[in-house]
Design a protein around this ligand. Sequence first.
Ligand code: EPZ
Length: 424
Amino acid sequence: MTNLTQSAKPGKRLKITGGGPLYGECEISTSKNAVLPILAASLLTTAPVTIHKVPDISDVKNMFTLLRAFGARVSVSGDAVTITTKSIRTTSPAANVIERLRASILFMGPLLAREGSVTLPLPGGCRIGSRPIDLHIQGFRALGAKSVTVNGQVHAWGHPLKGSHFYLRFPSVGATENIIMSATLAQGTTFLEGAAIEPEIDDLINFLISMGAKIDNRKSCIVIEGVDELSGTDYTPISDRIEAGTLILAAAVSGGEVRLHRTDATHLKPVCDKLMEAGTEIFPFGGSLKVRGCGACPMEIVSSPFPGFPTDMQAPFMAACCFAKGKSTVNETIFENRFLHVEELKKMGADITIEGNTAYINGFGCLHGAEVTATDLRAGAALCIAGLFAQGETVIDNIYHIDRGYENFEDKLLKLGANITRLS
Ligand code: EPZ
């Protein structure tokens, strides 16, 4: 068990022995995809910002490194962090740290709004796609900034930013977050249409409002009235709907019964609906969920922006489909290369063919254990699902991907009765 002040967890492999139904309960951690933009938004004020229940995951620790590189004082106490940024260092942090963390792009909006200029190394693409930032840049330009990209560095400048009416051609989560953050300190009012409406966007908006931002979250059109400055705050972000969805799925496939605490069923409607259609029973009760699984069934999955089926649940669901008897299809519409887990599942005996952005799974009810490798965060989670129910032993390598976004994942699975150990 590490904590927020220690470096990465020891051990790079997980060993899972396939078993039967899961029983037990655990608490869901704070959302990675909520806390990362909130940490970046802390740069919008010189006053102290305290965030509670911060998850002990490596993406958060990398954000701390970047915040310190920008000149913030980051002090951790238990699972709370206080960030105070009296002044911002204009030199960009070391590129190797920026490129390690795709979410570093979320510093652009706050730095541009606060300093009037920002230069960052382009965040590298990642295994699941090229991850361009054209929509972020279009948003900054709509607010009156100028931007160029030279030698792998993206520069943006303009002060003061001016409120404007902007329509996002695609509901990009990161671009929505960057535009909202920069508009909070712009002169005048910004009308952002076509915005992403994920729960993590709502959480960022609530966080900014707690700092004194004037935002009317009308979903289809987010209205941000610029203010001169923002204050400090004390805030607890929402829990992680993707971690919860992953554990709900594991319980469903196992045919057992688990209770997940600190889980908001409204954030998981497409995931729960898909599983309940197949016979799993899900009972929300007072901020928790009781899940009574019925085993794996063939499914048709199509990922789409919220409120559609979340792309981050695509890989785990594909793994689950391998334990169903029958044909399933998975259509990934968000990222262009998010099927890297297919080759790993095939090592476990899966029968999957890919045509374009659709995977066809021919499930015959079982997989066998194997040595596999996590290729990205959600692919790692998919391999955990596969290992939980495969016949025999599965060893997953490169589990640093899992440690990026799932806090103490093996501890949670152990609490639910899984046979899983981290190999040093
Ligand atoms: C966020 O990534 C999440 N990451 C992702 O979670 C999540 O899968 C994704 O939203 C979609 O829900 C964080 O919140 C830190 P996007 P983001 O901008 O903001 C294209 C995980 O596993 N696009 O909504 O990068 C892009 O290429 C991660 O936790 C442009 O074309 O996602 C992609 O195809 C993975 N131009 C699509 O939009 C742009 O300027 C969705 O990207 C920006 C995006």
